[in-house]
Design a protein around this ligand. Structure first.
Ligand code: PLP
Length: 391
């Protein structure tokens, strides 16, 4: 196989060298972090150091970080009717999620499906705040007590950044709590849990250069209590998540978070300029970029050319050495029209042709140029086929 060009960082980011080194060191640390002996305490220290690093990246208190097996588990853990605050002990009775959430949020966690409803998005992919406000007011009038709302910080397919702060203000005024899936944001652009107003935040290690299979649910306040944990048993993670911790994975997560945080601003600027270079070239042809006019992550571009099928593009690009994705890679293997583009009102014909390029701090300018060359070749073949058909 020739040299590969990896442009699928939103699916998973390459492991950072700092994370690899921390994991290898942790694998050699014998000891159960719950054991009181010297070895156990050393393993515990690795976890606590990682907890501090993650908390620092999002401006949280370390005691409010709960380690999980990934973003999916953290989302599922957050979406429970059994959330307790000092003011309310009696369960949440409604879950509202934006129409463009990840499948693990759309699944509704511990809520019954008839208690889960969708908040629409605009044609640019932004959560419709007026619809949210209206619905919260209706729920209050109908006597529904406590809504839990889940809105992602940025979408994994389009990169569109959601109006989380404004949503938090509405949700709190409506007597609810806000969960934010920040899996695609943390480690890419600045995110501060206090500024965001989110009550609960999900993050995942493998999107920021840590290992797969580790994540965290972070609470803004220690007063918020998960009364019915998903996993019960040994009382680890202050009772919020039982099971011996994945020490090496957590150590890698912490190291990746620290490394991402150290170069966040410079990496963001570099990625934005590469992404803009890509899109400026795409604008010369028939390619449509989704969510183009909205604020987006600096590393993500989702686009389609009318008539070009995603399967055809993916297979050809893969053969040419490029790893890209069609919409959401979490459900990859099968290319279906994405619920995200459908929610934005993109016609199915165009939406099912969407290709996502997502880059990272290590992406080079010539990789973008090579990709553009391959894309133009695909468009030229398409136009030849189309003029052959027309003849
Ligand atoms: N949330 C978003 C927005 C994602 O993009 C993903 C993964 O692609 C997840 C959650 C799930 O995270 P994990 O793969 O760690 O379970």
């Amino acid at each position: 196989m020739g040299e590969r060009i990896y442009l699928d960082w939103n699916a998973t980011a390459p492991l950072r060298p700092e994370a690899r080194a921390a994991m290898i060191a942790a694998l050699d640390q014998v000891g159960n972090p719950s054991s009181v002996h010297n070895e156990g305490r050393a393993a515990r220290r690795l976890i606590e150091e990682a907890r501090e690093r993650l908390a620092a990246l999002v401006g949280a208190e370390p005691r409010n970080v709960v380690f999980t097996s990934g973003g999916t588990e953290a989302n599922t853990m957050a979406l429970t009717p059994a959330l307790e605050t000092p003011e309310r002990k009696s369960g949440f009775d409604r879950l509202m999620v934006s129409a463009v959430e990840h499948a693990s949020v759309r699944a509704g966690g511990g809520f019954r499906s008839h208690h889960v409803e969708e908040i629409p998005v605009t044609t640019e992919g932004l959560t419709d705040l007026q619809a949210l406000e209206r619905r919260l007011a209706e729920l209050q009038q109908q006597g529904a007590r406590f809504p839990l709302v889940s809105i992602m910080a940025a979408n994994n397919e389009t990169g569109v950044v959601q109006p989380v702060e404004a949503a938090a203000a509405l949700v709190h005024a409506g007597g609810g709590l806000l969960h934010v899936d920040a899996v695609q944001v943390v480690g890419r652009i600045p995110f501060d849990i206090n500024r965001s107003g989110a009550d609960l935040v999900t993050i995942s290690a493998h999107k920021l250069g840590g290992p797969q299979g580790v994540g965290a649910l972070i609470k803004r306040s220690a007063d918020l209590h998960l009364a019915e944990p998903l996993l019960r048993g040994g009382g680890q993670e202050r009772g919020a998540r039982a099971g011996t911790e994945n020490v090496a994975g957590i150590a890698g997560f912490g190291a990746a978070a620290a490394a991402a945080g150290a170069t966040l601003a410079a990496d963001g600027e570099r990625m934005r300029s590469l992404r803009d270079r890509l899109e400026a070239a795409l604008a010369n042809g028939p390619t449509v970029v989704f969510g183009r006019d909205a604020e987006r992550l600096p590393n993500t571009s989702l686009f389609a050319a009318p008539g070009l099928r995603a399967e055809t593009a993916l297979i050809n690009l893969d053969l040419e050495g490029f790893a890209v994705s069609s919409g959401s890679a979490c459900s990859s293997g099968k290319v279906a029209a994405s619920h995200v583009l459908a929610a934005m009102g993109v016609p199915p014909d165009l939406g099912s042709g969407a290709i996502r390029v997502s880059i990272g701090p290590a992406t080079r300018e010539n990789e973008i140029d090579l990709f553009l060359k391959a894309w133009m070749k695909l468009l030229a073949a398409l136009s030849k086929r189309q003029s052959g058909l027309a003849a």
